[in-house]
Design a protein around this ligand. Structure first.
Ligand code: HPA
Length: 270
């Protein structure tokens, strides 16, 4: 039973870690440096944590990091699990269940995503204010009332309070922020031009291969959610040249610093 596994994993963590995190962080790809703002108490490899999915991707970071940011106790996932890697949705979202069980009340998620809003640019940062989930729903299956209700509402998934705080921080530090809708789909293929156009036409601003399952499980668990996309590429019908990898990396580096600042200040003010 899943709840037993969650409890066992939480017990393992509680007996190996002093930190009692109330805030969880999920680092997106290219955003592993978020953990540099953590005053680290303990690092656990996913491979040492009972019931954690076994990471199959070579060279991918896979660590759970415990410590403090300012006076707040936090836990950060450096590396997440994606559906396209072959994990069932319950495993993709298992770490979020464990976070809840060890006391996490607020979750900050980040990802790299493709822009389908033609006004977006490479390197933009977008606060996610809503999503379209085109991955299998992680709550499919018998519902365990210990974990949450059968039919959770998703109309207020992204905390307006945390969005406001982040916008305030961005104003103070002169950081340009976008706000919009993230569409999560399975990958691992990137979209065809027809798919990019379709996703924009149904209301998406960014598309990616993660985040929405974690958000659904966080909401099911009554965890407050804040999420941001780093726009790593933008689909434009009228642009013929490919975006160069270098461009994306450069944009990513600059945006990463800004994302890290927002995460740090947001946690200070939570
Ligand atoms: N599509 C899906 N996922 C992505 C993209 C994209 O264009 N860019 C980064 N992650």
């Amino acid at each position: 039973m899943m709840y037993e596994k969650i409890k066992a994993t939480a017990e393992y963590i509680k007996s190996n870690v002093y930190t009692k995190p109330i805030i969880g962080i999920v680092c997106g790809s290219g955003l592993a440096n978020i953990v540099n703002i953590i005053n680290v108490e303990k690092v656990l490899d996913y491979s040492d944590i009972p019931n954690f999915p076994i990471s199959t991707v070579e060279g991918h970071k896979s660590k759970l990091i415990f410590g403090t940011i300012g006076n707040k106790q936090v836990v950060a996932m450096q590396g997440r699990f994606h559906f396209y890697e072959g994990y069932p949705m319950q495993q993709v979202t298992f770490p979020i269940r464990v976070m809840k069980e060890i006391g996490v009340e607020k979750l900050i998620l980040t990802n790299s995503a493709g822009g389908v809003n033609p006004f977006f640019n490479v390197g933009d940062i977008m606060i996610i204010e809503d999503h379209i989930n085109l991955l299998p729903n992680p709550l499919i299956g018998t519902n365990d009332e210990n974990l949450g209700i059968r039919f959770p509402a998703m109309n207020k998934a992204y905390s307006s309070l945390l969005i406001e705080k982040a916008e305030q921080i961005a104003r103070e530090y002169n950081i340009k922020l976008r706000k919009g809708v993230y569409l999560g789909n399975t990958g691992p293929t990137f979209e065809t031009p027809a798919e990019y156009k379709f996703y924009h036409s149904i209301g998406a601003d960014t598309v990616g291969m993660s985040t929405t399952p974690e958000v659904i499980v966080a909401i099911h668990s009554k965890i407050e959610v804040f999420a941001m996309s780093l726009v790593s590429n933008v689909f434009r019908e009228d642009v013929i040249e490919d975006t160069t990898h270098d461009e994306v990396l450069q944009a990513g580096k600059k945006a990463e610093e800004k994302i890290i600042l927002i995460v740090e200040k947001l946690i200070e003010r939570i």
